[in-house]
Design a protein around this ligand. Structure first.
Ligand code: YXS
Length: 282
């Protein structure tokens, strides 16, 4: 079992299969007994998802799968107060540009997790914010400590979010609970997240790692081809409702009117100036 103490993380690359010499800067990569582990390792920045970290995560998913991982865990170091503070706000595009375009590293990462041929488990301790919640939502299951919280905060920053991201939450927790999370931007407790289906299991923090790796071992013990085929079918069957071209254009127009707005600029400015935003609806 990989036990990564936050004080002395193990080497960047480890495990019983040599994983090549690729060095990662903001994540730890490990593989043991066909269980891959990707640890968010940018604690000085609250593991916020900057482009570099997200590109490393996306690449390491493929690396682990190519080296024989049949299940992958995404985690933070033990004892993390913040699992991830979400998309790095400093790297959000300037006003008048789509903050969550198809080619944004966050969207590429979320598709990477959903398209990863093997199951990906989010092991969560601490608070989870914004795009990091969508990262958990894109995983195949979420195992959280009893003190974990999840907050979807685009409305707090003036971001319209995006259709595929909204559908992740509708598919996971239902329309009303998804609306509640997005409209209020308030943290949701682990218990509430478990009640609405966002979290598979709630575990005391001191048992979280053992519980998660035991779940991973159960998956790793099953027929890998069957598990891969089942994941691929889930992915295709849950891609969301078909929409016609005019609806797609209508959605883009709605989103553009927001990221073109003064409120989007104000949301980012306020965060950087560490003050509450003064939204005007313009
Ligand atoms: O003042 P310094 O330089 O030390 O930096 C502060 C924060 O500015 C920084 N920081 C971030 N920097 C970039 N992007 C972030 N998401 C981010 N979050 C934090 O980290 C340093 C310490 O933060 P501080 O002083 O606030 O720590 P705290 O312990 O008082 O509070 C921790 C948090 C996580 C509760 C607080 O930092 C916070 O509320 N962060 C923003 C969480 C959030 O709304 N994330 C969503 C980002 S946007 C996103 O993910 C999507 C695009 S969307 O919005 O659509 O979902």
């Amino acid at each position: 079992m990989n036990t990564q103490n936050s004080a002395t993380p193990k080497p960047i690359i480890e495990g019983n299969d040599a994983l090549g010499a690729r060095k990662y800067d903001l994540i730890l990569v490990a593989l043991e007994n066909k269980i891959g582990t990707l640890t968010l390792y940018n604690p000085s920045h609250l593991n916020c998802l900057n482009h570099h970290l997200m590109e490393e995560l996306t690449e390491a998913l493929g690396l682990l799968e190519r080296h024989g991982a049949t299940v992958i865990i995404i985690r933070a170091t033990s004892g993390s107060r913040v699992w991830s503070a979400g998309h790095d706000i400093n790297e959000l595009p300037a006003p008048r540009r789509d903050p969550l375009s198809y080619s944004d590293p966050l969207e590429i990462l979320l598709r990477g997790v959903q398209d990863c041929p093997v199951p990906v488990i989010a092991m969560v301790e601490g608070s989870v914010w914004g795009g990091a919640c969508d990262l958990c939502c894109s995983c195949d299951m979420v195992i959280a400590s009893d003190k974990a919280t999840f907050a979807m905060t685009p409305a707090k920053i003036g971001i319209p979010y995006n259709p595929s991201g909204l559908m992740h939450f509708v598919n996971h927790i239902g329309l009303n609970k998804a609306k509640e999370m997005f409209y209020t931007a308030q943290p949701v407790s682990a218990q509430e997240a478990h009640n609405n289906g966002f979290v598979n299991d709630i575990v005391p923090a001191d048992q979280l790692e053992a519980f998660t790796y035991k779940r991973a071992a159960h998956i790793a013990a099953n027929a890998p081809l069957a598990v891969r085929a089942i994941k691929a079918q889930f992915r295709l069957l849950t891609r969301g409702a078909l929409i016609d071209a005019e609806t797609a254009e209508h959605i883009q127009g709605i989103r553009r009117s927001v990221y073109d707005s003064e409120d989007y600029a104000e949301g980012i400015r306020a965060f950087k100036e560490k003050r509450p935003p003064q939204f005007t609806g313009k």
